[in-house]
Design a protein around this ligand. Structure first.
Ligand code: GLY
Length: 382
């Protein structure tokens, strides 16, 4: 039989335990955790590592702002944030790379009296209300025209590019293989295994396939309702070099957020645009971010403009990530649709997907994110 006893032909290369499709933050984190626990992993991306939404991410770690309503997403996000210290220190050990990660706290700034009254009466868990004078004393980069702010000390940021680089080196160190510049075009069952085909005609075999392709989840070969539920939402982000002392906190205003890096760079993000797969930075996007950033932090008027970036966040039709086994193709596991929270949710997603694959353990926290929710009738449990 051509190709040996398993019946694969000569185009099929070495079998992996797990193929991960998508080398953004989620795919890299999963590849790292799987490889760390001894699995043979191969990671594919049509682009360079972290070349999709990840490279345009501000890396804000703020579950009580990004997913404030009580429910499974807030629970998952808070759990992931609580894993971050350990995640970063393990990564440092495994990669030797220092990742900039700081729990600076976030300040949600109120610029209108009505918003301030409402915010003061509805401070979320872990938040503290500061009136105008105390907020400006705490964060002197804010103008005295604000109407107060909520401080959340547990929040912060991580530099996404450094995190991706560290995950990549750590995964490589544990034997993961990277196939960048290869677009996965099809996934098919081959007995107990799965075969993927890349658009250069190569084929690859694995026991399991993880789809971590972000906005491109529907384009890698499994056409089902879960992958069809993902759509791109564009986010533009600018980076400034600050003229004086940078803000001390991550700032969250009505029209933008501001993230101060240690090197004096300040990120101002981000637009939210439903424009399909259009990955352009635009004059309107950059202008809106400049206006919003300068209004929130007037010193931004004197900043140097460094760059504008753009990424496509993977949104879903119900606003929740899709994490768990595909209902239409056994052996395929989804880890996509993280929308605004990919960087925040990377540690918990990687841990729970790894448990699912290596220990066959489906953590109850994943119940609300099961891909089958798109296939079952309303009111029926997946
Ligand atoms: N998490 C921030 C954003 O998506 O813009």
């Amino acid at each position: 039989m051509e190709g040996g006893e398993r019946g694969y032909d000569r185009h099929v290369t070495e079998r992996a335990d797990v193929i991960v499709i998508g080398a953004g933050i989620i795919g890299c984190a999963i590849a790292y955790q799987l490889a760390r626990r001894g699995a043979a992993v191969r990671l594919f991306d049509a682009r360079a590592i972290g070349g999709g939404a990840t490279q345009a991410s501000a890396g804000v770690l703020a579950p009580y702002i990004e997913s404030p309503s009580p429910g499974p997403l807030l629970d998952l996000a808070a759990r992931s944030l609580s894993m971050y210290d350990r995640f970063i220190s393990d990564l440092h050990q495994d990669s030797g790379i220092d990742v900039e990660y700081r729990l600076t706290g976030t300040l949600e700034v109120m610029t209108e009296p009505d918003a301030a009254t409402h915010a003061k009466e509805n401070v979320h868990e872990g938040g503290e209300w500061f009136d105008t004078a105390s907020a400006v004393a705490l964060e002197p980069s804010l103008p005295p025209t604000i109407h107060g702010a909520i401080l959340t000390r547990a929040h912060g940021y991580v530099v996404a590019s450094q995190l991706t680089e560290a995950l990549t080196w750590a995964a490589l160190r544990y034997g993961a293989e990277m196939e960048t510049g290869r677009r996965v075009a099809a996934i098919e069952r081959r007995g107990d295994d799965l075969e993927i085909r890349t658009d250069d005609g190569e084929r690859w075999i694995a026991g399991r396939v993880v789809i971590a392709a972000g906005s491109w989840a529907a384009q890698v070969g499994v056409a089902d309702r879960a992958s069809a539920a993902v759509r791109p939402i564009r986010g533009q982000l600018i980076r400034l070099a600050w003229p004086a002392r940078s803000p001390r906190h991550v700032l969250w205003g009505p029209d933008c957020y501001v993230v101060p890096w240690r090197d004096g760079s300040v990120l101002v993000g981000a637009t939210v645009e439903d424009v399909g797969f259009d990955e352009r930075t635009t004059a309107a996007g950059v202008r809106d971010l400049l206006d919003a950033g300068c209004e929130l932090v007037p010193a931004a008027w004197g900043a140097t403009f460094r760059e504008a970036r753009v990424g496509l966040r993977p949104a879903t039709s119900d606003g929740l990530p899709i994490i768990g086994p595909s209902g239409s193709m056994p052996g395929v596991i989804y880890a996509t649709g993280h929308y605004r929270n990919g960087i925040l949710l990377a540690p918990v997603t990687a841990a729970l997907v790894t448990d699912l694959i290596l220990d066959n353990r489906f953590d109850p926290a994943l119940q609300g994110f099961h891909p089958l929710r798109f296939s079952v009738k309303e009111g029926q449990a997946p």
